[in-house]
Design a protein. Structure first.
Length: 105
């Protein structure tokens, strides 16, 4: 059985940035379910960044700190549907990279 990138998203972070982050995490896990594990960390970072941009419409390395993604609205709170780019760039990507390093060939 081929491992996919989605295994790196199996356990969610202990803390989130904003309310839109958990639904994005779930969608990233789902969308990576058919993506084979990359052969390098650089490839992983590239795929992570591309998927982030595909799902949010914003670049991970861009100037925005927060972005609104309507489909991540869950119906409550001031930050409902808001994704923290800072969280994804600094925390989520770091967590995924650490998990990759622990299982990389």
């Amino acid at each position: 059985m081929t491992r996919t990138i989605s295994v790196l998203f199996g356990e969610p972070p202990e803390r989130w940035g904003l309310r839109g982050d958990p639904p994005l995490w779930e969608e990233m896990e789902s969308r990576f379910s058919d993506s084979p594990m990359p052969t390098s960390e650089d490839e992983l970072v590239r795929e992570f960044s591309e998927k982030f941009e595909e799902l949010t419409g914003s670049k991970l390395e861009g100037p925005d700190e927060r972005i609104h993604v309507e489909r991540y609205r869950i119906g409550h709170g001031m930050s409902d549907g808001i994704v923290s780019v800072v969280f994804w760039r600094d925390t989520a990507l770091s967590l995924v990279r650490d998990r990759y390093a622990a299982i990389a060939p």
